[in-house]
Write a protein that binds this ligand. Structure first.
Ligand SMILES: Cc1cc2nc3c(=O)[nH]c(=O)nc-3n(C[C@H](O)[C@H](O)[C@H](O)COP(=O)(O)OP(=O)(O)OC[C@H]3O[C@@H](n4cnc5c(N)ncnc54)[C@H](O)[C@@H]3O)c2cc1C
Length: 415
């Protein structure tokens, strides 16, 4: 059990939540010579970070910085923080930990070994060498007067700190630790919290029984958009891949539309995603390829025109049967297929959550305006971004900012 009777400037700076944001904050503070204690409810650190590395840890993205910041819903807020912690900084930082990285063909940055575990191991070793103390199985439950309260081995304990960084994550994959139980604790302090919503998550489509056997089939090299007017401006449509699932659609392309879909679904009971199933061919040329022929089955004509099994099934699902022999109708639909979306998968399945501690509740250094000396960082803040390395980059960047904020605040508070 940590010492809980410190006084004055010997008190530690306490970081709560050993995910990527909290670990980054702890590193900056410890490097500057501060006494840092890290409290984590789970028996080990960064479980979601490890999960993120399971299928390849996409840690950042090397697109031009001005484009990079526009991926976030609040670019003006995050820009100064991201400027201090951009993709180049992250690659150098990884190299300093002995982890080589590479830029994939899509611009996404991964560790060469793809997994998160070697990086996490090296990172934790560095933090321990810097003197950061780790206290696992410590569940933060709020404050008693000015002291932090934790539940540890069924006992309530208090910890005094000279400053606190909360890095307790969003509200998805609760079994990995981010259970969002911090929300009522902060609301009780008068902190404004934007309700959490699933982001980067599968969408619900009211498929007929006909689509069920298609679950798991990929829709490759398609374009998608939410706003119907974009049909006239395909440059703004997003290219990528989706996967048909028993409940709707999954995959990176759908995740990138999460924000727009959420906005629509917040106002209407349903929305539409529009798909261009064959972006490399124009509608006129496609209609020509789809002309009926006495010698060929409809299936064959569609397949030769580029409509594989999954794309053909989607067309059959949406287009009335009476139109299947009409090449103009089929081509028009293949180039702009409206898929009805009626909701999202549950928040716990989401890769990330939008919402959280509102920007208005924080000063420019991420300190709660209602709670002096308490800073917040990572996914618990109210920002949103697609997957593709943007989530982790913002967690690192806000972790760094909170650490610098603590040091700035301590400097100012010194008598
Ligand atoms: C399947 C999956 C794949 C992903 N892939 C990617 C990817 O490729 N690229 C990318 O950029 N992002 C990815 N992400 C998202 C990324 O992992 C998260 O955005 C990131 O981990 C959030 O970091 P954080 O430090 O803010 O919070 P978290 O990583 O959630 O860490 C919060 C920590 O706080 C602890 N905690 C919470 N409450 C308390 C409490 N009361 N007391 C004590 N401790 C507490 C938790 O146990 C946890 O360890 C993925 C996420 C998932 C689920």
């Amino acid at each position: 059990m940590p010492e809980n009777s410190h006084s004055g400037c010997n008190l530690p700076i306490v970081v709560i939540g050993a995910g990527p944001a909290g670990l980054m904050a702890a590193e900056i503070l410890a490097q500057a010579g501060h006494h840092v204690q890290m409290y984590e409810q789970k028996p080990s650190a960064a479980r979601k970070f490890l999960m993120a590395g399971k299928t390849g840890l996409n840690i950042s993205h090397n697109e031009a910085f001005e484009d990079f910041v526009q991926r976030y819903d609040q670019p003006d807020w995050l820009k100064p923080m991201l400027a201090q912690c951009d993709a180049g900084w992250i690659q150098d930082w990884m190299q300093g930990l002995g982890i080589e990285s590479y830029v994939g063909s899509s611009g996404r940055i991964f560790p060469v070994q793809m997994k998160a575990a070697p990086l996490l191991r090296a990172w934790l070793n560095r933090l321990k060498t810097l003197g950061v103390q780790f206290f696992y199985h410590h569940y933060w439950t709020g404050w008693q007067d000015d002291a932090l309260t934790f539940l540890h081995q069924e006992q309530v304990m208090t910890v005094d700190a000279k400053a606190v960084i909360l890095a307790t994550g969003g509200g998805s994959w609760a079994r990995l630790g981010s259970d969002a139980a911090w929300i009522p604790l902060l609301q009780a302090q008068g902190v404004d919290i934007v309700p959490l919503q699933p982001s980067n998550v599968g969408v619900l489509v009211p498929w007929s029984a006909f689509m069920q056997p298609l679950a798991g089939q990929p829709l490759k090299r398609i374009k998608a958009w939410v706003n119907p007017e974009l049909n006239d401006d395909h440059a703004k449509a997003i290219s990528g891949e989706a996967v048909i699932s028993h409940y709707g659609l999954e995959g990176g392309l759908m995740y990138r539309l999460s924000r727009e879909l959420r906005q629509q679904l917040n106002q209407h009971p349903s929305a539409h995603v529009y798909l261009d199933l064959l972006p490399d061919i124009d509608q006129f040329a496609l209609a020509h390829k789809l002309k009926p022929s006495a010698k060929q089955s409809l299936n064959n004509i569609w397949r030769k025109a580029g409509l594989d099994q999954a794309k053909a099934a989607l067309l059959r699902e949406i287009l009335p049967k009476a139109d299947w022999q009409n090449p103009q109708q089929v081509a028009a639909m293949a180039k702009c297929l409206p898929i009805p979306i009626v909701g999202f998968r549950p928040i716990d399945e989401a890769i990330s959550t939008a919402g959280g501690v509102s920007r208005a509740a924080l000063d420019q250094h991420l300190m709660l305006t209602h709670k002096n000396g308490v800073f917040c960082c990572g996914e618990m803040l109210d920002w949103d971004a697609p997957t593709g390395g943007y989530l982790l980059t913002a967690c690192f960047a806000t972790g760094r900012e909170a650490a610098h904020g603590v040091m700035h605040w301590l400097d100012q508070s010194l008598p």
